[in-house]
Design a protein around this ligand. Structure first.
Ligand code: NAP
Length: 273
């Protein structure tokens, strides 16, 4: 983050996601990145509080003023409460970044009195810096806002700009909810292993290590999943016997198609509500 020209950043909510963000920013400050940090959080993790103190961050200021970027990382149901205090960080030049699931740009804009608003959707592996965060920006956002926001999101992992806010429902259904689909895959693989005769603990260790290792291999090689899948298969072999079932016309593809469509629909419905 050394390319930033000393922006002032206020974070509201330093829980799992906000904490992961701010830990990355603290590192950037330690490496000489010009960031001035303010954090509002009712229950600081003591280690995080100490680290913030060491880089001169301002914690829970009684009388905040406008900053360059206001970042909202409270739970969506806490937003109404947090908005009153958060608004005091907003001035005419403030850009707002929200990582709250399902809160539309319009609602953020109205509640905070800002027109430069970015709505981002991280996912669970962001907690260890291995997530993927997609974001959509309001039309009033400038190129430099987008650049700065993308840099600020980097501690969570990969960052993907999305062309239109309406696509955030699809993002939610794929990368937002997606880790749960993969965890379910590990669970059902373990159950199948148990039914074939392995004891429960061994089955779970094999299944979860397989899912984790396959994901890590895909990430580290950069090879497409279809290429890696073919590396496991040999003609007439065991993998092919399983894939004949999983890749059949009534296999995994139509099932995931329905699951993703259901999640995207729920996201749209919640957005309207
Ligand atoms: N976790 C995920 O996988 C995931 C994925 C995508 C998006 N998100 C979004 O990320 C956001 C944060 O989720 P999270 O898992 O990090 O939640 P979290 O761990 O509960 O963090 C939220 C933090 O905000 C604090 N807070 C509550 N009210 C506040 C207020 N008025 N002012 C300042 N801070 C306040 C909470 O303190 P208390 O604990 O004292 O309430 C908590 O420390 C959510 O909006 C969620 O939709 C999360």
């Amino acid at each position: 983050m050394s390319g930033l020209e000393a922006p002032t950043v206020a974070l509201v909510g330093a829980g799992a996601m906000g904490g992961a963000l701010v830990r990355g920013w603290i590192e950037a400050v330690r490496k000489g990145g010009g960031l001035t940090l303010t954090v509002v959080e009712p229950n600081f993790d003591p280690a995080l509080e100490r680290a913030l103190d060491q880089v001169g961050a301002v914690l829970n200021p009684p009388d905040p003023g406008p900053v360059d970027v206001l970042v909202l990382a409270v739970k969506p149901q806490a937003f109404a409460d947090a908005a009153t205090a958060a608004r005091r960080f907003v001035g005419p030049e403030t850009c707002v970044l929200s990582i709250m699931a399902g809160v539309p740009i319009d609602a953020l804009s109205r509640a905070l009195g800002a027109d430069r608003v970015v709505r981002a959707m991280p996912n669970l592996p962001a907690r260890i810096g291995r997530g993927v965060t997609a974001y959509a920006a309001s039309p009033a956002c400038r190129d430099e806002d987008r650049r700065l926001i993308a840099q600020l999101l980097e501690p969570l992992g990969a960052v993907e700009p999305i062309a239109a806010e309406r696509l955030m429902d699809v993002v939610t259904a794929v990368s937002g909810s997606g880790p749960a689909y993969v965890f379910l895959l590990a669970e059902v693989l373990a159950v199948a292993a148990e039914q074939e005769g392995l004891d429960r603990e061994t089955a779970m260790r094999l299944a979860s290590r397989t899912v984790a290792g396959a994901g890590a291999l895909m990430l580290e090689t950069g090879d497409p999943p279809s290429t890696l899948r073919k590396q496991v298969m040999s003609p007439g072999g065991t993998t092919e016997a399983a894939l004949d079932i999983l890749a059949a016309s009534d296999g995994l593809a139509p099932l995931l198609r329905r699951a993703v469509a259901a999640a995207a629909k729920r996201s749209r419905d919640l957005g309207r509500g």
